[in-house]
Write a protein that binds this ligand. Structure first.
Ligand code: IDP
Ligand code: MG
Length: 151
């Protein structure tokens, strides 16, 4: 189909968000399931890598939580195994992925969401909820730079 000016208007406003599959997701072999949900929704995976985060990266990423009771357990948890970092792309993907992920607390996250379907309270100090997703355009830009500094 020949692109028209109205197509380019429809295709505008593409956003990018940073998604992390946390160590519990990698340990439980849920990487494919999580990526599938992102792709099935219609978002594009623009970048993807597996890495073992170091403390410096996580301190930068979670700076807003420094001093909270779950901060040290959160860093320890995120250091407990490899993670997958990806950039998902599409119109309103920041809000859209947060909706796919579900509420922070997996016990009450809605069924149908990644956290609601696949995670639960494990009695740990930090809640293990499989995924991270940027919460705003500013966070997305900041977090993408942390995990993909060469872009
Ligand atoms: P989010 O991942 O849904 O954006 P944030 O408030 O940004 O949630 O918290 C970052 C991560 O810290 C959460 O995903 C979760 O793993 C953990 N966390 C947040 N709040 C609590 C809490 O009250 N108790 C235990 N862990 C928490
Ligand atoms: Mg957050």
């Amino acid at each position: 189909m020949t692109p028209t000016s109205s197509d380019s208007a429809i295709n505008g406003g593409i956003e990018r968000t940073l998604v992390l599959v946390k160590p519990d997701g990698v340990r439980r072999s849920l990487v494919g399931e999580i990526i599938n949900r992102i792709e099935a929704k219609g978002y594009k995976i623009a970048e993807l890598k597996m890495l073992s985060a170091d403390r410096g990266i996580l301190e930068a990423h979670y700076a807003e939580h420094k001093g909270k009771p779950f901060y040290e357990p959160l860093l320890e948890f995120m250091l407990s195994g490899p993670i997958v970092a990806l950039i998902a792309e599409g119109q309103r993907v920041i809000e859209g992925f947060r909706s796919l992920a579900g509420a922070t607390d997996p016990t009450v996250a809605a069924p149908g969401t990644i956290r609601g379907d696949l995670a639960r309270d494990q009695g740990t100090k930090v809640v293990q909820n499989l995924v991270h997703g940027s919460d705003s355009a500013e966070s997305a830009e900041r977090e993408i730079k942390i995990f993909f500094p060469n872009l």
